[in-house]
Write a protein that binds this ligand. Sequence first.
Ligand code: MLT
Length: 265
Amino acid sequence: MEAVINGARLAYQANDKAGLPPLLLVHGFPLDSGMWEAQLTGLAAQAYVIAPDLRGHGRSDVPPGPCTMDQHADDLAGLLDYLGVQKAIVVGLSMGGYVALAFWRRYAARVAGFGLIDSRANADTPEGRAARDATIQRIRERGVSILAEEMLPRLLAPENLRNEQIAGAVRDIILRQSAEGMIASLAAMRDREDSTATLPTINVPCIVIGGEDDVITPPDVIVATGEAIPDARPIIVVNAGHLSPIENPVEVNMALRELLARAPF
Ligand code: MLT
C-alpha cells in the first residue's frame, strides 16, 4: 500500500484491523517495514498495526538531499491523517526511536502510548559523527552491500547471526535499500538533535526494550533510558541483539500487548 504524503510517495504495510487500537511501528536503519513481519501478523488480534517505509527506505520515494527526524515525524503524522487515525501507540526501533522521539515533541496529543526498542536518546558523539561520514564515503565507493557486510554482525546476537533464516531475512532487507536513501539517513542520524531532555516529558504508558546481546544499544543504555521516563520500565529481551522484534518476536510481542493493554483508547 502507498500514499503521497508531504510530496513523497510513502509505502506502508498494515493489517486489516482498522477497528482495533492503532499501533504505529517505525523501523530502524538500514531497514524498512519488512522488519515488522512478526508484529504485523502476531498482533493482529490486538492492534491495527501500521508499519511505514520511511522516506528514503524500502519502497518509499527517495527525495534528494538529507531528511531530518522532524521530516519523518511529519510524514508519519500525514500518514495517520491519510488513514483516518487520530491517536496511535508509537513505537520505534533504534533510528525509528529517534523518529518516535521527534514525533512525541511535535505531536504528543496524538500519542496514546510510546515505545523505544533498541534505541537511545542521546545524539551522536564527535567520533560517531565522523564514523557516519566514513560510512557514507564507503557506500559511495562500494554501494549498500557494505552495510550488510559491516552491520549484520553488529545487528544480531551471535546465535541469530548463525541462523540463516534470520540473518538471510535481515540481509535481504538491507540489500534492497538504495545508496542515496541510506546516505540521506546516515546524514540525518549524524545531525539529529539530542533527545535526552525529551524523555521525562513522556507522560503516556511507555515501554523501553533492548536485546541482552545488543552491542549498539547495550542493556545499560536501555535501563538508563527506561529510568528517565516516568511510566516506563526497561525490558531486556533474551536471545536478541539489536533487532529484538525479529530475533525474539514472542517476547517483544508480549511486551507490546502489555503496552496496548495499558494505553488509554
Ligand atoms: C539503527 O538500528 O537504526 C541504527 O543502528 C541506529 C544508529 O546507527 O544510530
